[in-house]
Design a protein around this ligand. Sequence first.
Ligand code: ZN
Length: 237
Amino acid sequence: MSGAEDGALVLFSGGQDSATCLAWALARFGRVETVGFDYGQRHRIELACRAGLRDGMAALRPDWAGRLGADHVLDAGVLRGLSGSALVSAAEITAPEGQLPSTFVPGRNLLFGTLAAAVAYGRGLRHLVLGVCETDYSGYPDCRDDTMKALQVALNLGMDARFVLHTPLMFVDKAGTWAMAAALGGAALVELIRVESHSCYEGDRTVLREFGYGCGSCPACELRARGFAAYRRLAAA
Ligand code: ZN
């Protein structure tokens, strides 16, 4: 693909999912830019991982290096004062049965999708790539397929545009996300994402575990550890 019609903007947090989405986009689109949001995450470590992942992917493949364009970081700090979410405060991380986890930030992905579309509009990028997933994450309603489809319609009506929202991980579990990275960039991409991406809610990067850096016991680490172990079992079979 080539031309302005084939430019993509990846919502890139620095976590495993969005890192895999960046590789997915680099394999498909002629020009790929990234956008991240600073909203007072529990730790800014995830945002700090972004440069290492971008540089690492560019180093992995010359064709990807040629496609990788600008990085944008937007201040979405307004979210901090609007919710009591544990992701934007010191509140305890809990996941009560039958309720949304305390890490849910109301409206976050709707806001991020809208801000990303505004960036893409200005940059002439038609495709938006989001690492949302409804299979094995925390049941966040703004990660669901219907939400993303409705958002695409709302953005296109509201901006008189023809954006296409891509969610390559929507029905993929965490083991499948690692397998997707392996298919896109081989063992070198898996290792880059394992070491350079960040998922841990506690922001712990002191110990490199089998699944990457993290405290090993928060819900994000547990999910990532389970997914990586399942991927390893599948890869070895
Ligand atoms: Zn952790």
